[in-house]
Design a protein around this ligand. Structure first.
Ligand SMILES: [Fe+2]
Ligand SMILES: [Fe+2]
Length: 135
C-alpha cells in the first residue's frame, strides 16, 4: 500500500511537515524495495529504519510540545509509545514476505492515522495559541 501524500497530512509546522513527508517517502521506498526483491533481510532492515526515524520524529514533536506547554502532551506521548510498541512487535515477529508486507501496511496506516489525528490536533493548538509566529 503506497501512501499518497495529501493536504490532509499538512499540519502547518515546517519541521513536523518535513519529517512527516520523509516518513511517507521512506514507507513508499520500502514498498518498492519489497516489490523488486525477495530479500526479506533488506526489507526488514528498511522497516527498522522507518522505526528509528519515527522515534526520532516523535522525540522532536514531544520537545515542541514541552516548549509550548501543550496540555495533552502525556496523551500524545502515550500514543507515540503505543504506535512504536505495536509496529516494533509486528516487524520483529514477521517471518517471510507476506508477514513483512502486513507489518509495513500496518505501520503505514498507523502513521497516517496518527498524523491526521493526534498531530493535527497538536498543530491546531499551536496555531490557536499564536505559537507559529515564534517557532
Ligand atoms: Fe508526527
Ligand atoms: Fe505525534
Amino acid at each position: 500500500m503506497l501512501v499518497e501524500w495529501s493536504e490532509s497530512f499538512v499540519v502547518g509546522h515546517s519541521l513536523i511537515d518535513r519529517e512527516h513527508r520523509d516518513l511517507v517517502d521512506l514507507v513508499n521506498e520500502t514498498q518498492r524495495t519489497m516489490a523488486d526483491q525477495s530479500d526479506t533481510q533488506a526489507v526488514s532492515d528498511s522497516l527498522l529504519a522507518i522505526l528509528v526515524r519515527t522515534e526520532e520524529h516523535f522525540e522532536h514533536e514531544e520537545q515542541i510540545m514541552r516548549d509550548f506547554s501543550y496540555p495533552f502532551v502525556h496523551k500524545h506521548r502515550t500514543a507515540h509509545q503505543e504506535l512504536v510498541r505495536l509496529t516494533t512487535t509486528m516487524i520483529r515477529d514477521a517471518e517471510g514476505q507476506e508477514a513483512l508486507l502486513r507489518a509495513l501496511n500496518l505501520t503505514a496506516s498507523a502513521l497516517a492515522d496518527h498524523m491526521r489525528g493526534y498531530d493535527g490536533l497538536f498543530c491546531t493548538y499551536l496555531k490557536d495559541n499564536g505559537c507559529f509566529g515564534v517557532i
